[in-house]
Design a protein around this ligand. Structure first.
Ligand code: NAG
Ligand code: NAG
Ligand code: NAG
Ligand code: NAG
Ligand code: NAG
Ligand code: NAG
Ligand code: NAG
Length: 392
């Protein structure tokens, strides 16, 4: 065979192969992606997928399961591109960097796309507090829909934080335990390590200490959208009327009971250290309010749960008025909880925020987290529960 023919044959073969590969890359729904080096993400944690420093897809996130180390690809409509564990080199950044000191710097976090509302509220409130303490501007991705759908948060929003021109993201690693306060995060501005940088704080940051100095501002941030608040008010009007007839709101004492069950049950969660509150805990909580409140004749308990059937069968009292919230969406439920006078929490941040928004007496299940469990290592109760909240 002639050398030219062989060469032509080779080129053709490679071209076909290349096309096949390109078609595969662009159409294949299975994306092979590596977990960020050296990291074990928790279940529900989402990581942007990058490979060999280039984006595999801007529509897929990777979720890894801590207990099995298995990874799952999760599709999302939104785009969040970041280089994992590749610190952007200063020289590469220098070209796009605007004049020093003139632009504001940002703080963001690894937003948990798949997380529930309570976790996202914690992230927002804490990053907000961190931003105020360090004179940074809070930045959040557009895909966190609580920002506009549930509240109207003041944070600047971006489609992709890695695409903000000239940004020098620096990760702040300490404080990744879910429920501990790390006070160094509040004074990052003092450290040359973080100066003139945009900072991405990692972890859930579930401690009121991150935002205790800015609570009034956080309350404004967490003002529900009008339609949600209206639905909550209407629901309350209806249940109060059903229970007491025509009676002014101030003559009624409302206590919310949040009974988180469904997704927190199961061997894995329990081994990790989660505690499912029992009927006996809720009964102690009701006893507590029945004896500690004055207006007990006009006292109404409203139960919220992801397993309301369990509550209707197992959380009943002949000596107390109890209503079960069955038809509201989670955001309306949270708004109703915020309108109550006092709160009974079980595990989870949703109930935590219900109690915080209500602002009255809050009781919590003191068995959480199970002592000696992996979770217990990540929790500092003084950081998580407000002083004055009542352990039962
Ligand atoms: C994580 O892995 C464990 C152990 O294989 C499994 O039981 C559990 O269902 C997994 N969780 C998810 C969310 O896939
Ligand atoms: C998951 O990976 C970590 C780090 O490589 C390892 O220590 C751990 O034993 C693994 N867990 C399982 C269940 O394979
Ligand atoms: C806070 O940052 C802005 C730039 O966004 C700067 O103009 C201002 O001087 C800073 N304030 C303090 C107290 O550092
Ligand atoms: C509400 O409480 C006020 C003050 O305690 C009392 O004067 C009033 O009669 C009460 N109204 C109703 C409808 O119970
Ligand atoms: C109950 O009423 C008494 C006397 O009016 C008051 O001192 C006390 O603070 C009230 N307790 C609560 C829980 O409102
Ligand atoms: C009520 O609790 C009992 C005992 O734990 C349980 O067997 C039953 O399934 C519960 N009811 C519902 C509706 O979940
Ligand atoms: C709420 O849902 C239950 C069960 O689906 C239904 O029976 C009830 O009528 C609903 N209540 C309201 C106020 O819509």
């Amino acid at each position: 065979m002639d050398a030219k023919v062989i060469l032509l044959g080779c080129i053709t073969t490679y071209t076909i192969l290349l096309i096949v590969v390109l078609i595969k890359l662009s159409s294949s729904p299975t994306i092979v992606a590596k977990a960020p080096v050296g990291q074990t993400a928790v279940v529900g944690d989402t990581s942007p997928v990058t490979m060999a420093n280039s984006l595999v897809s801007n529509r897929y996130f990777m979720m890894s399961n801590k207990s099995s180390n298995a990874t799952t690809i999760v599709e999302t409509q939104e785009m969040l591109v970041r280089r994992e564990n590749h610190d952007v080199t200063p020289s590469a950044m220098a070209r796009t960097e605007p004049q020093k000191q003139t632009r504001k710097h940002y703080v963001s976090c690894k937003w948990h796309y798949l997380d529930g509302l309570g976790n996202q509220m914690f992230q927002y409130a804490s990053v907000y507090g961190i931003s105020r303490a360090n004179n940074l501007t809070i930045l959040m991705p557009e895909f966190i829909d609580m920002g506009q759908r549930i509240f109207s948060l003041t944070a600047e929003r971006t489609k992709s934080k890695s695409q903000q021109p000239g940004f020098k993201w620096k990760k702040h690693w300490t404080g990744r335990e879910c429920c501990k306060f790390h006070k160094d995060t509040m004074v990052m501005y003092k450290s040359p390590h973080y100066r003139d940088r945009d900072i991405e704080v990692r972890g859930y940051r579930q401690s009121w200490k991150y935002f205790k100095n800015f609570e009034d501002e956080i309350r404004k941030e967490f003002t529900f959208q009008k339609t949600i608040q209206q639905q909550a008010n209407y629901y309350l009007e209806v249940v109060m009327k059903q229970t007491f007839g025509n009676i002014p709101r101030e003559n009624v004492t409302l206590v919310s009971i949040h009974a988180r069950r469904g997704d927190m049950m199961g061997k894995n969660k329990e081994e990790y250290g989660q505690i499912i509150s029992t009927a006996s805990y809720f009964n102690r909580a009701i006893d507590y309010f029945n004896t500690h409140l004055n207006k007990s004749e006009n006292l109404l308990y409203i139960v919220f749960s992801d397993n309301i059937e369990w509550c209707m069968e197992n959380l009943t009292r002949s000596d107390s008025k109890i209503i079960y919230s069955r038809n509201n969406t989670a955001d309306v439920d949270l708004a109703v909880m915020g309108q109550c006078d006092h709160s009974v929490m079980s595990i989870g941040t949703f109930g935590w925020w219900g109690a915080w928004l209500a602002g009255g007496v809050a009781v919590y299940d003191q068995r959480w987290p199970r002592p000696g469990s992996p979770l217990a290592k990540n929790v500092n109760k003084e950081d998580y529960f407000y002083p004055g909240w009542v352990p039962l």
